[in-house]
Ligand binder design. Structure first.
Ligand code: SF4
Length: 398
């Protein structure tokens, strides 16, 4: 904790952002390395009970903690019924002091939620829907083994709008085998036609254990082309900017006022308790992860009577206390992802009692001289060129 070394203790008085991991999917997408499972629908009901128990234990270990966002991610949270979602949200409201204007986001699979499902979510207080569109092109969705087509995305957006949602995100993927600039542009145009408030673009990473990586390794698919991927990123940046979206993070664009408050919490390196199997969290000066297996997760929460110190719960698998040096490095690493906000020198000084320029003088000067960072009295942030080459800086910081 930095409370006794300098500055204001942000880990104590900053409201939390609560991440809830729902580890069930109907199908395993070929690129996906998230902690998700198919064919375990029989565990959904006991999982919901276990998650509510974990939330209750976390809240009881430090009552009265404020929270300002909730994010239901996964996995596919839309495999849960509205009743199950309602039970989980009610557990959070009992365990934390939820801000009246809290952002409550939920990921949905295109085509799953019909109008009545969307209306039920709205009545439960969900106010932001994130739809995994990924691509508008049928052959690319087949390559991913996604179980939706572009029509399903359209239906989900229409249902969400009819239910009254005015804050929609669409996720897209780029830089995968056989994708072309033309097909990417088609996806971007289709996405714009749907007029989401927020867009997240993910460059494909070939993750261990995925079918996509196996196919590339065995030569069944060509490896991703980094130069083409960079061209796609540039095209998307231009298209989104022309359409009035503001880039606020390396991979995220939003209409003014619609930046994702939950994700801003991560990038500002502020506390986000993570609950559910395989969740990651950071709170109370501790970074931790939870048990991966849904079976073991449920068992861990069935059998315990022990008392845990916030933010640990019976589901915690690994944890490490973050010292001041690591907290500073994390704050810089994540804050530089924020393309407009960057690192506020005043906020950094208040938190750590030192100017970021004094702590990272050589590194900042080097990348400023390369034209990748800009520095003024208020902040340090990436230049436009720096957004394309940010990995150079991040690698040095890790
Ligand atoms: S739906 Fe999402 S979480 Fe589930 S396998 Fe596909 S990419 Fe992974």
């Amino acid at each position: 904790m930095l409370g006794n070394c300098c500055g204001r203790d942000l880990m104590v008085d900053t409201p939390h952002s609560i991440y809830l991991h729902i580890p069930f999917c109907r199908i395993k997408c070929t690129y996906c390395a998230f902690n998700t499972y198919i064919g375990l629908d029989n565990l959904i009901e006991p999982f919901v009970a276990a998650l509510c128990r974990e939330i209750e234990i976390l809240g009881a270990s430090k009552p009265g903690q404020p929270a300002r966002t909730i994010y239901l991610g996964g996995g596919t949270p839309s495999v849960l019924t509205p009743h199950q979602i309602g039970c989980i949200l009610a557990a959070v409201e009992r365990a934390f002091v939820l801000a009246p204007d809290a952002e409550i986001s939920m990921e949905v699979n295109p085509g799953d939620p019909d109008l009545s499902y969307m209306m039920a979510l709205k009545s439960l207080g969900v106010n932001r829907i994130s739809i995994g569109m990924q691509s508008a092109n049928g052959n690319e969705l087949e390559l991913f083994a996604r179980r939706h087509d572009n029509d399903a995305v359209v239906r989900s957006v229409v249902a969400a709008r009819q239910a009254g949602f005015d804050n929609l995100n669409l996720d897209l993927i780029y830089g995968f085998p056989h994708q072309t600039l033309d097909s990417w542009e088609n996806t971007l145009r289709q996405m714009l036609w749907l007029e989401p408030e927020h867009v997240s673009l993910y460059a494909l990473g070939l993750e261990d254990g995925t079918a996509m990586k196996t196919w590339v390794t065995r030569g069944y698919l060509p490896p991703p082309d980094d130069d083409l991927s960079a061209d796609m990123y540039e095209l998307a940046s231009d298209v989104l900017e022309s359409a009035g979206y503001e880039q606020y993070e390396i991979s995220n664009w939003a209409r003014p006022g619609y930046a994702c408050r939950h994700n801003l919490q991560y990038w500002r390196n502020l506390p986000y308790p993570g609950l559910g199997p395989g969740a990651h969290g950071y709170a109370g000066g501790v970074r931790y992860s939870t048990i991966l297996s849904p079976h073991k997760y449920i068992q861990a929460l069935e059998t315990t009577e022990a008392v845990f110190a916030f933010p640990l719960t019976p589901a915690t698998d690994q944890s490490v206390r973050v010292d001041r040096e690591a907290e500073i490095a994390d704050t810089l690493l994540m804050g530089l992802r924020l393309t407009q906000e960057g690192i506020s020198r005043a906020v950094f000084r208040e938190r750590f009692g030192a100017d970021v320029l004094d702590l990272y003088q050589a590194l900042i000067e080097k990348y400023r001289s390369y034209g990748l960072l800009e520095v003024d009295e208020d902040r340090v942030r990436l230049t436009r060129k720096g957004r394309f080459l940010s990995n150079l800086i991040f690698r040095e910081l890790v």
